[in-house]
Design a protein around this ligand. Structure first.
Ligand SMILES: Nc1ncnc2c1ncn2[C@@H]1O[C@H](COP(=O)(O)OP(=O)(O)O)[C@@H](O)[C@H]1O
Ligand SMILES: [Mg+2]
Ligand SMILES: [Zn+2]
Length: 471
């Protein structure tokens, strides 16, 4: 057999290259490429192809009944929502996120909850000492919860010990980057080690039937292999996000073999740990101040749940040079498009301004439905007229400035009415188009056909009506 070719893998993003380079071509990180033998080599190596022996596999039709996977609810509703109803036995969940964001806190709380529900839970820490975890448990008021705790990093020890607990329902590994196995001789934290360790743990989870929760730090300088290199190996990938300056934390599904991936769980970091936020809209709007220009409320949707957030925009004159576009929580390409459409179709002069756009509360919005709210905030900032504090906005904007309908208008309107809003600006429904939507009684729908209508509504507060296009 030919000697396996050397390849190089990026510790940050997992891309594989035939040659070493100082900078990863895929993600741009510096000094993250490290050598690995034969691509995707798992412990045991790759078997040569072309074998003709082996047991015969059975093929079946597409129709048939298999029961849905059983679920073990963690009883933390926001966590279960993102998981798709709870932990699936023998499945592997990776929770990634920046250091200090609250991963250990969340998993300790979930462990304790599951323990109190009568399940056997093993929590293995490779980062902190037993005393540190106990201190955290005491602070969270969880000291009495039945969780079995150990500090270990050597995988051989861990696997042998896990074998003693055939009834384990959940095993937490905090974090996968601290685990090492002597079946490969790379340094702990390297791509090879992290993959090998994860592979062996996953095999144990499948064989023994426990749910495995892996913590994965998102790395800064690529000194540790990032969770990206493990994403294809695990069943569920969750990202724990948030702004360190805010107390909100968002658990987001990125991959889920057993459920939808667009669900979020919302938490608030408190002295007593992570508190579930059952009404995120109220939280995201809590700091909103009325009567300030450059702000608009977006009636958004995260997974199956409506979420109202405030879009803030600041324009600062920048007569010389190239103006800045700074965006937090939204797509910067989308902002450039909106600015161009506002200039070309509505005659708004924004080119000589720095534009700062921010989604308040640290939420990241991915929906094109936010176009209308962003445009409203921009128009409001440009004209220095506050938007109607009673109004929410949603709708997609096309290149000619036309407004397009978005999914789940009813849900958005209901949430707005629930939060006490009286008006909703949204795209005009096409005559004879989609089915009628139920508009809450306390809410007036302001239907707009074109972006110029929005300028009318925001900048002058006048009644909407299509004006002549300035072309
Ligand atoms: N004594 C404390 N009181 C209140 N909050 C604390 C305390 N200690 C830690 N925290 C919060 O917990 C966070 C650390 O959470 P942790 O679960 O250790 O994060 P991770 O595991 O993601 O690195 C800190 O950033 C802080 O917000
Ligand atoms: Mg931690
Ligand atoms: Zn990379």
């Amino acid at each position: 057999m030919a000697k396996p070719a050397k390849t190089y893998v990026c510790a940050a993003c997992g891309s594989v290259f035939p040659k070493w380079a100082g900078r990863c071509e895929a993600c741009g990180a510096w000094n993250t490429l490290e050598e690995q033998l034969a691509p995707q080599t798992m412990p045991g190596g790759i078997k040569p192809v072309g074998r003709r022996t082996g047991a015969k596999i059975e093929f079946v039709g597409l129709e048939g009944t298999s029961p849905p996977p059983p679920r073990v609810p963690t009883t933390i509703a926001e966590f279960d929502r993102v998981l798709g109803g709870g932990l699936v036995p023998a499945s592997v969940v990776m929770v990634g996120g920046d250091p200090g964001i609250g991963k250990s806190t969340l998993l300790l709380q979930a462990s304790a909850a599951l323990g109190r529900a009568g399940k056997r839970v093993l929590y293995i820490t490779g980062e902190e000492s037993v005393d540190q975890i106990r201190l955290r448990a005491a602070r969270l008021g969880l000291s009495k919860s039945p969780v079995e705790l150990a500090a270990a990093t050597q995988l051989g020890d861990i696997l042998a010990s896990l074998g003693q607990f055939p009834d384990a329902a959940l095993v937490v590994i905090d974090s996968i980057q601290t685990m090492w196995t002597d079946t490969v001789d790379s340094a702990p934290g390297s791509v090879t080690q992290v993959r090998a360790a994860a592979f062996e743990l996953i095999r144990a989870a499948k064989a023994q039937g426990f749910s495995l929760l892996l913590v994965g730090h998102v790395t800064k300088e690529g000194s540790l292999a990032g969770p990206r290199v493990l994403e294809h190996m695990v069943d569920v990938v969750l990202h724990f996000e948030g702004d360190r300056g805010h107390q909100f934390r968002i658990l987001r599904g990125v991959k889920n073999r057993f459920g939808a991936t667009d669900e979020i769980g919302v938490f608030e970091m408190t002295g007593q740990g992570l508190a579930e936020v059952l009404n995120p809209s109220a939280l995201f709007l809590a700091e909103r101040r009325g009567n300030v220009s450059g702000s608009a409320v977006f009636a958004g949707l995260e997974g199956s749940r409506p979420v109202l957030v405030e879009i803030q925009c600041l324009l600062a004159p920048n007569p010389g040079g190239s103006p800045r576009r700074s965006v937090i929580g939204w797509d910067s390409g989308r902002l450039s498009m909106l600015l161009a459409v506002l200039e070309t179709r509505c005659g708004l002069k924004l080119a000589m301004n720095d534009v700062y756009l921010n989604v308040a509360g640290g939420l990241r919005v991915n929906e094109p439905a936010a176009d209308l709210a962003v445009a409203a905030a921009l128009i409001s900032a440009a004209s220095d007229v506050p938007t109607d504090p009673q109004m929410v906005f949603f709708g997609e904007i096309g290149l000619s400035g036309e407004l397009r309908q978005v999914a789940q208008a009813e849900l958005r309107l209901k949430e707005a009415a629930k939060l006490g809003f009286g008006r909703a600006a949204s795209p005009k429904r096409v005559a004879g188009g989609a089915a009628k939507i139920a508009v809450p009684k306390t809410l007036a729908l302001v239907e707009l056909g074109h972006l110029t209508d929005l300028v009318g509504v925001v900048a002058t507060g006048q009644k909407p009506g299509r004006k002549e296009e300035q072309e």
